[in-house]
Design a protein around this ligand. Structure first.
Ligand SMILES: [Zn+2]
Ligand SMILES: [Zn+2]
Length: 250
């Protein structure tokens, strides 16, 4: 079978009890439905090294098994953050990953797993870690009605709405988790005190009570401050106080 990226023959590899296709030319891999969830970070790192080039060809990519078009997974931001590109076959639900994306994806899964083990958060394992093969999951917009507005007007500061924000580090990745009592859109403004740079990251693009973000865009050796911005359905915005990031696992 030929590589969807560079058109070279792919090898059949076995690791972690999974059999998958790997291209030793461009380093990309193709996993059958669900299989990518069972590959370890160690395996991802090992196969990422097995490549000759980093070439990414711009053409449309097709499933090595059935020729169906491969499309980026964008419907599961909790599982695949926006920085990672994984392509899914519309027919067999197989997943194609470039080596770097595969390593980043497994690093994030690992970091989230450590987080939940350490803090025993009551979040469904499935919703966070497992790539659904059900296809598009429609986002439910939660409308809150009048109670919600009353609630907001009685609280001027988001600090009282956001329960404790947890920061967790894995290598160069920073994971952020926080809850709100009611569903909000959310974003975070980061401020690097060492370089003076500001960075705004979207967290929840649909109203949620459990918010999570993974980012590799910050230099975690610098002093970073943050402010959470919550927006309700009517567009009203509230902000938390600006606070210094304190990483839980250090
Ligand atoms: Zn290739
Ligand atoms: Zn396919």
């Amino acid at each position: 079978m030929l590589c969807p990226n560079c058109n070279q023959p792919m090898n059949l590899l076995t690791a972690d009890g999974q059999t998958f296709l790997h291209c030793s030319n461009c380093g990309s891999s193709f996993f059958e439905k669900n299989s990518i969830n069972k590959i370890s970070l160690e395996t991802a790192k090992k196969i990422a090294e097995d490549r000759l080039t980093d070439e990414v060809f711009g053409q449309e990519k097709h499933c090595p098994k059935d020729g169906e078009i491969l499309k980026p997974i964008t419907d599961q931001p909790q599982v695949v953050s926006s920085e990672i590109t994984l392509l899914r076959c519309q027919k067999c639900a197989g997943i194609f990953a470039f080596s770097e994306d595969l390593v980043n994806f497994k690093e994030q899964q690992q970091a989230k797993l450590s987080y939940f083990k350490a803090f025993k958060k009551a979040i469904s394992f499935r919703t966070i870690f497992v790539l659904s093969v059900l296809g598009i999951i429609s986002a439910t917009l939660v409308t809150q009605g009048n109670n919600f507005l009353n609630y907001l007007s009685s609280r001027s500061q988001a600090s009282s709405i956001v329960k404790k924000a947890d920061f967790y580090r894995s290598g160069r990745l920073l994971l952020i988790f926080f809850r709100t009592e009611t569903p909000f859109f959310s974003k975070i403004i980061f401020s690097d005190k060492t370089t003076g740079q500001k960075l705004i990251k979207m967290v929840s693009e649909t109203p949620k009570t459990f918010h999570q973000l993974t980012t590799s865009d910050l230099n975690l050796d610098n002093e970073i401050w943050y402010q959470i911005v919550l927006t309700d359905n009517s567009g009203k915005e509230v902000k938390t106080e600006v606070k210094k990031i304190i990483i839980n696992n250090e």
